[in-house]
Ligand binder design. Sequence first.
Ligand code: FEO
Length: 397
Amino acid sequence: MAALEILKDIYWVGGVDWNIRDFHGYSTDRGTSYNAYLVKDEKIALFDTVKKEFKNDLLHNLRQVIEPEKIDYIVINHVEMDHSGSLPEIIELIKPEKIFCSPMGKKALLEHFHREDWPYEVVATGDSISLGKRTVRFLETKMLHWPDSMFSYLPEDKLLISSDAFGHHWATSERFDDEVDPNELMVHSAKYYANILMIFSPIVRKLLAQVQELGLEIEMIAPDHGVIWRENPGKIIEAYDRWSRGETTDKAVIIYDSMWHSTEKMARAVMNGLQKSGISHVKLLHARKNHRSDIITEVLDAKAIILGSPTLNNNLMPAMADVLTYMKGLRPKGKIGAAFGSFGWSGEAVKQLNSYLGEMGIEPLDPGVKIKNVPDHDALKGCVELGEKIAQAMKGS
Ligand code: FEO
């Protein structure tokens, strides 16, 4: 990918990672990009860098615009290694006059790179610097999604450089929202929100309110992953508003695992009950056949989460424990929940599934349905009834 001028004298200079498929446990099945931005003014500033392996892409792109040694400032909006891995070598080459970061950013930089000698300039919300014709205003966005995270806002260009926020993992040759499939763009954006930001939804709400209070005019959002919002930055802000409010649709998600298809039959019977009672949008997700990060994406706007597992050695199936540990950490809110499962002799799984629901703040709708060994037609009626009961609760919520 070549450097690209996104606004006058402002360039995308990042790297596109077409081949990454696992981003610390998040399935990036369409790759990602590590975006960095160069602003040419009386002072030349680089906003964020790239993952260590993409250092040469960054340097190649920078050299299409200027000699990297001419860069005066580096702004570190976020210290996570996908944006800072190349930083030591870039600093060594550029020898910047100043490195701007938030207070927590300085702490994180020291803890990651152990360099007391770098020329840190700590900035906080409300601080601004001049690049010449342009100003950069800083807005700390603590815990979105790290303590160090911040936005850089360029008022003269109405440009928000938003770090991880409003991003998505999607490798593309296009750089703007109006150049890609809009539906696919929102699918990747929802997946990103569900997997990275859902836990921080209350903080997202405060930040959206703060951006409104500050009256920031935003005509372009340049995130650190994925395409730049040029045509319609309001679309992703509205989506963050919906997702952070926990807005749901009439969708039920059944997440299950099965050993010899008994729990699978129960899952299908629960689905039949939901559909008989008018819930047409049901996702049946086998925990070993769907990646945890795709499952959590379906959970984002689901009204009901129904969990199924057989009992294996007095426990849940391991894939269910994996998904539920991940889900519990991301704290989905305002869902209806229930559980079911087959068993051979002890049958602890349903109780354990209910415990997971409780830990997520979801009161199970029902004690849950347990069936010994292989269910017959009559036994499955209990699952159909569970589906009907969940459907009624969904309609009443
Ligand atoms: Fe894209 Fe939190 O790093």
